[in-house]
Write a protein that binds this ligand. Structure first.
Ligand code: GLN
Length: 476
């Protein structure tokens, strides 16, 4: 059978593989062909692994022998460049780790390998996952496959672009403030950040440890579910990992949807708002109840995020000192070595955040910034708790646009603050730890091009089942 990657998702490809319509080797070859044709321009992959076809052969054996075949056996998947893969380069988009090789498999990589995926390669990203456009990579900008003059979003821009350019059927990214959901929305894909603690962070190069979650990008809600089911689960190697709970499965009934309209007044593109209103109408026509809700402190999420995240990132990045990992530059003395290594190894955005983070943690400012941000974080959480509270007539899900704008032009956001504002709708889910999915909700037009935009669906902690249920309802 002729393979058309643009018409396949993981679920369909799995059926074809087990039916013998094509082999995992043929599927991988098709991906490689596509990558060869497109990656030079898009720059979504930083590296294609040299054993792709061997991995695919092993998957074919497994399928032939009906040996523990999973829905992911033989499926081509891409990994963000900050997730450890043993013996392979993992650079976090940074010069400081340019030649660093993973010393072990991240828990999720081990799980994916056990499931029999074919890992195609590692994808480009903003350096240390700091950014919303993939322009901050030390290894060149990734372009949006829908319009190559525009960014794919970030920081998992490479992971979203490989799905959009049919260079893999799914990918993994990391989401600290929106880095899976926003690029998914810019590239017309589905992107998911689950409840904090459901997916192990062991082997993820840390950015903001109380916010980071690894999450899947794919072409349908069922693919997101397939990937999430494999990567989730308690892991003793991650001290914030949640215990496994018996799964709730949402029956497909009608839900109550909350909209914080008061939070969508400023800085949101008119076409994006129009698209969002159409999504609301669609959800109503599907029989769901929609109501306005108030989240009085949600407006502080971005500010809270941009205090807590740099604080945690500056601590996490202190290990890159030229001694323990990666690049080493010699200075005049030990301190000189540190300074020289970090000066040469880190890009401008990383330095900005290390300085910001060090400042908010410094003794004179700790209470004024870091402590205060944590207090406000608690207030935002309690707003969401109330909004979801079933005993207070709470809602099942809360929706917003994923991003206030469609994909912007490469080079357009020169001022870091304007870039940070891209995260306005995505950061609340990280600050509160709740799950959130971005589903494609149509396109808006710019310069004669159709640019994808996304609808973000959030639910209470542990209720990914509700998100998947309504996500499917909306996308079918
Ligand atoms: N754009 C956000 C930032 O720059 C999100 C990053 C992320 O989720 N890794 O911090």
């Amino acid at each position: 059978m002729e393979i058309d990657l643009s018409k396949l998702d993981i679920k369909k490809a799995h059926e074809h593989l087990v039916n013998g319509d094509f082999t995992a080797v043929e599927l991988a070859e098709k991906c490689l062909e596509n990558i060869k044709e497109k990656n030079e321009e898009i720059n979504a992959y930083l590296e294609i692994y040299d054993d792709v076809l061997e991995q695919a052969k092993k998957a074919d054996e497994r399928i032939k022998n009906k040996d523990n075949v999973t829905e992911l056996t033989g499926i081509p998947i891409a990994l963000k460049d900050n997730i450890l893969n043993e013996g392979r380069t993992v650079s976090a988009g940074s010069k400081i780790l340019e030649n660093y090789k993973g010393t072990y498999d991240a828990t999720i990589v081990k799980k994916l390998k056990d499931a029999g995926v074919v890992l195609i390669g590692r994808t480009n990203m903003d350096e240390f996952a700091m950014g919303a456009s993939t322009e901050n990579s030390a290894f060149g900008i990734t372009k949006n496959p829908h319009d190559i003059t525009r960014v794919p979003g970030g920081s998992s821009g490479g992971s979203a672009a490989v799905v959009a350019m049919d260079g893999a059927l799914g990918s993994l990214g990391s989401d600290t403030g929106g880095s899976v959901r926003q690029p998914a929305s810019f590239c017309g894909a589905f992107g998911f950040k689950s409840t904090y603690g459901t997916v192990s962070r062991h082997g993820l190069i840390a950015m903001g440890s109380s916010l980071d979650q690894i999450g899947p990008i794919g072409k349908s809600v069922s693919d997101i579910e397939i990937l999430f089911d494999v990567i989730k689960g308690y892991d003793k190697m991650d001290s914030t990992s949640l215990p496994d709970v018996t799964e709730k499965k949402k029956k497909n009934d009608k839900l109550t949807i909350g909209i914080p309209r008061h939070f969508m007044k400023e800085g949101i593109d008119e076409d994006v708002l129009e698209n969002f209103n159409q999504s609301v109408e669609k959800l109503k026509s599907l029989g769901h109840e929609v109501k306005d809700i108030e989240l009085p402190n949600i407006k502080y999420s971005l500010a809270v995020y941009y205090v807590i995240m740099p604080a945690e990132a500056s601590s996490n990045l202190s290990r890159f000192d030229g001694v323990k990992y990666g690049l080493r530059k010699d200075g005049e003395d030990l301190l000189g070595d540190y300074l020289e290594t970090r000066e040469v190894g880190f890009g401008a955005e990383v330095k900005r955040r290390v300085i910001l983070g060090t400042h908010v943690l410094s003794s004179g400012y700790y209470d004024a910034y870091y402590n205060k941000a944590n207090i406000v974080r608690g207030l935002i959480k309690s707003d969401f708790d109330k909004a979801f509270d079933p005993s207070a007539d709470g809602v099942d899900v809360i929706i917003t646009p994923t991003s206030p704008t469609p994909a912007f032009k490469i080079g357009e956001k020169k001022d870091p603050l304007s870039m940070y504002l891209s995260d306005i709708f995505t950061t609340p889910a990280n600050v509160t730890g709740i799950p959130a999915l971005s589903v494609p909700s149509g396109v808006v037009q710019r310069d004669g091009k159709d640019l994808p935009v996304g609808l973000q669906i959030m639910a209470n902690h542990g209720r990914e089942d509700i998100i998947f249920s309504i996500g499917k309802d909306f996308s079918n």
